[in-house]
Design a protein around this ligand. Structure first.
Ligand SMILES: [Zn+2]
Length: 455
């Protein structure tokens, strides 16, 4: 680490109460933003400092790094795969694709998917991911494997393992232990890695597993990362087996709170929205994934009216947050047949709520351009054809900027992408290695037989 000085940048913080500095500088010390201001670098900052790195950002726009608050790195190995038959509904999608794929992942595939997918995230200007991992054939140690890979390329991460007993209790217990082992290993270290506890979904987690989890968590407050009512099967299962809706079940198990993330929430009702709001549990929506799985879109307007904080993730569908927040806006406008709705709400979800979620889980200010925040930012090669000011900055980010224009990425004060290339890896070598691993993953995938279709 040490110091990094960025000069001559246009600095844009595209928050609802953000700012634009047409020509300014930003100083990083020990991974943290130590100062930023308009104009030329003042003399006391410009003095020579041994080992300081400098970037002349003339022509570039500096933005806070984008955050992806729900990701599945392992989904990378689904690219180009064939399940061999058509899935008729959400459960089929899980059984035909995801539960065969995750079971096929061993250590090398976990490492490679984190490296490759993490590299894609960085190149798209994403500086933190909150990942939800599953690899039932390699549970213990899997989160450390992902973390090693992500640490090497320099991507900030919050990891958890998807606890489930759909394959039996021993595997559920192994998942619980892996979450807690990793959480304890990285907690409060203030490095690139943080942990939380993951659960796959209500319909794949029994009360016995929840009781075991609660006992093992003890006095920790890790926060819980769980898919909620993504497909209709989840809510129906909870009502059938437990006589209550999913969010009530999670509340009874003590899993809600500001450090937790309720992902999707497509099928939640007003009573569940109230519980999410009262407990301060943020919801992370994943619009493109929902549309791809044909499960409908969540009632975001009603969530916001209930006082829920809504963030945005990709669910592993893409690493590109520029693409995701655009599609979130158009998806919601389409859902509500409202051509002028959701502008401020999507801006707030992407820039502010995602930053709040990551900051709570990492114990530091992340995703913001302010003194004392983690020095995670991007330089975008963007020429502005129209006036750019605090009132319309998000409009420029939304309509003018894209992942392709991300030139330089800084995470924790370190330059990790330059000229659109991740510095820590040789992409050609990585591609070759990854394809070798993919062959083994796909062979295993093909050997795992289908379960009967659910309709
Ligand atoms: Zn997911």
């Amino acid at each position: 680490m040490g110091e990094l000085l960025v000069r001559n940048a246009r600095i844009v913080y595209p928050a609802t109460r953000g700012f634009v500095i047409d020509h300014g500088w930003l100083l990083v010390r020990e991974g943290v933003i130590a100062g930023l201001a308009a104009g030329s670098v003042p003399l006391e900052v410009a003095r020579p400092v041994a080992g300081r790195q400098e970037i002349d950002a003339a022509g570039m726009t500096l933005l806070p790094g984008l955050l992806n608050t729900h990701m599945h790195l392992y989904s990378m190995y689904s690219r180009g795969i064939s399940t061999g038959r058509a899935s008729h509904n959400f459960l089929d999608v899980l059984q035909d694709l995801w539960w065969r794929l995750d079971r096929s992942l061993l250590k090398d595939a976990c490492w490679m998917s984190a490296t490759f997918s993490g590299m894609d995230s960085l190149r798209c200007g994403t500086t933190t991911i909150i990942d939800h991992h599953a690899s039932p054939s390699y549970v213990t140690g899997s989160l450390s494997t992902l973390s090693d890979a992500l640490g090497k390329i320099g991507l900030r991460h919050v990891l958890s393992y998807e606890i489930t007993d759909r394959n039996g209790m021993p595997e559920a217990v192994e998942g619980i232990e892996e979450n807690l082992r990793f959480f304890d290993e990285v907690h409060d270290k203030r490095q690139l890695a943080s942990g939380m506890v993951g659960l796959h979904a209500s319909f794949t987690v029994s009360d016995a597993t929840l009781a075991t989890l609660r006992k093992r968590v003890g006095s920790r407050d890790p926060g819980y990362h769980v898919h909620v009512a993504e497909g209709a099967i989840d809510e129906a299962d909870s009502l059938n087996k437990y006589g209550k809706r999913i969010v009530a079940r999670l509340d009874d198990a003590g899993l809600l709170g500001p450090r937790s993330i309720a992902v999707h929430c497509v099928g939640v009702d007003a009573s569940e929205r109230e519980l999410l709001a009262i407990s301060g549990t943020p919801v992370v929506v994943n619009t493109v994934s929902n549309m791809n799985n044909a499960v409908g879109l969540p009632a975001v307007r009603e969530m916001l009216e209930a006082g829920i904080h809504v963030g945005i993730g990709t669910d592993g569908y893409t690493a590109n947050m520029f693409e995701e927040f655009r599609n979130t806006l158009v998806g919601l406008r389409h859902r509500y047949e409202d051509p002028s709705g959701f502008w401020t709400q999507v801006q707030e979800a992407q820039i502010e709520t995602n930053a709040d979620i990551v900051s709570r889980l990492t114990g530091r200010s992340v995703g913001r351009l302010e003194e004392g925040a983690a020095a995670d930012f991007v330089l975008v090669d963007y020429a502005s054809p129209t006036p750019l000011n605090p009132g319309n900055a998000f409009g420029h980010v939304f309509f003018g900027m894209s992942a392709d224009l991300v030139d330089t990425v800084v995470v924790n004060g370190n330059v990790v992408v330059k000229g659109h290339r991740v510095l820590a890896v040789n992409r050609e070598d990585l591609e070759r290695e990854s394809q070798k691993v993919a062959k083994a993953v796909w062979e295993s995938f093909d050997r795992l037989s289908w379960l009967p279709t659910s309709n």
